[in-house]
Design a protein around this ligand. Structure first.
Ligand code: PLP
Length: 389
């Protein structure tokens, strides 16, 4: 019997649970976005964002979903017909490639098996072979939300440097920022693309571009048509705390609160918390006798775990049973892995007991859906959490 008593468990890999503190912070009357109070709010946020992106450069805030910020990264820096290098790590890398294609960029899309991240050696080989420097940008999704695989951005930066290639480096951190260590400046990223609805613990509706000096210089000569997404008017207005158009004011109250939460906990503690929950989840999956989609332990995602169901079983049936019986939403398998995997989100505002509840729902669901598995996943996870408290 479906039940609506108790609270829904939202364990998809984003949008994530919004903490009460953040919900209360945005429960405010609409403010004058041209008044002094607004400028104070946005200047504080723009400063806090730099700490979370680990950058001293400008961070642009768009009232848009992540897809808008993907497009913004491209239209600000590139010209029609420019060649870009992208990697098929999963569904989101494929969608970003689609935008590049729509904008008439020439995309070299390196095929992948959806079980590995971007291979730094492949980046080096492709760039070293491009002696004419036709490739204008390399684009990578840091945490592939469709597969639970995290590419190693620092190593990819080194690969670009080893090839002495001048291409811009763009990274999508939509499901890693605020969950997995990320360093815009140290890793020499030119455009970082982020969104509000995952590790930042906000509702959907905001997205971001962190922009290096090199990207800003490229934007002076970029030939793709752009208006709403243009960085320069935003950067100019942001200097005094204002926006060139109406900002999403109440989401900004929320963002101020979530930045405070992340910085109060300490980013290193936030990342360690995510890693710990991811490891506990993987122990449960192994004890169940199920397979983790990500094949390289160095690339395990701390934000989510994608789990394969045994051949002949349907992961969406399992998700449905879990939703109906236990009022919990898990992530569906997207595109190529539809029906083959389910995804457990363990990111954002999340603690040990929420993970225990989540894994209990999965274990009971496996039994209820008739999927062959071994009992003991929950105990394996709890033993780890207790020992690593
Ligand atoms: C890694 C990644 N990139 C891009 C997107 C697209 O963002 P949005 O759905 O907010 O437009 C998502 C959404 O889940 C994502 O996980």
């Amino acid at each position: 019997m479906p039940t609506s008593a108790g609270r829904h468990f939202l364990q998809i890999p984003g949008p994530t649970n919004v903490p009460d503190r953040v919900l209360r912070a945005m429960d405010m009357p609409t403010m004058d976005h041209r008044g002094p109070e607004f400028a104070e709010l946005s200047l504080e946020i723009l400063q806090g964002l730099k700490q979370v992106f680990k950058t001293s450069s400008d961070v642009i805030i768009y009232p848009a979903s992540g897809t808008g910020a993907w497009e913004a990264a491209l239209v600000n820096t590139l010209s029609p017909g420019d060649k870009v290098l992208m990697f098929e790590t999963g569904h989101f890398a494929t969608l970003w490639k689609g935008i590049a294609g729509d904008l008439e960029l020439e995309v070299e899309f390196v095929e992948g098996d959806w079980r590995h991240g971007v291979d730094p050696k492949a980046v080096e080989a492709k760039l070293s072979a491009d002696t004419n420097h036709d490739i204008k940008a390399v684009m990578v999704v840091h945490n592939e939300t469709s597969t639970g695989v995290t590419s190693r951005i620092g190593a990819i930066r080194q690969a670009i440097d080893s090839s002495a290639h001048p291409a811009l480096f763009m990274v999508d951190v939509i499901s890693s920022l605020g969950s997995i260590d990320y360093r815009h400046d140290e890793w020499g990223v030119d455009v970082t693309v982020a969104g509000s609805q995952k590790g930042l613990m906000l509702p959907p509706g905001l997205s971001f571009n962190a922009v290096s000096a090199k990207a800003l210089a490229a934007s002076e000569n970029a030939g793709l048509a752009a208006s709403y997404w243009r960085w320069q008017p935003m950067i100019a207005a942001n200097k005094t705390g204002y926006f060139p158009y109406t900002p999403a004011t109440n989401l900004l109250y929320a963002l101020r609160e979530s930045l405070q939460m992340l910085l109060q906990e300490g980013l290193d503690n936030v990342f360690a918390r995510h890693q710990r929950h991811a490891e506990a989840t993987r122990r449960a999956v192994r004890a169940w006798g199920l397979e983790i989609l990500c094949l390289n332990p160095e690339e395990y995602s701390a934000a989510l775990t994608a789990v394969l169901v045994p051949e002949g079983h349907d992961a969406d049936h399992l998700r449905n049973v879990i939703l109906q019986r236990f009022n919990m939403s898990l992530g569906t398998g997207l595109a190529k892995v539809q029906g083959r995997v389910f995804r457990i989100g363990h990111l954002g505002d999340f603690n040990d007991l929420m993970l225990a509840g989540t894994l209990s729902g999965v274990e009971m669901g496996l039994a209820a859906a008739g999927i062959p598995f071994n009992k003991g996943g929950i105990s394996a996870a709890l033993d780890y959490l207790a020992a690593e408290a």
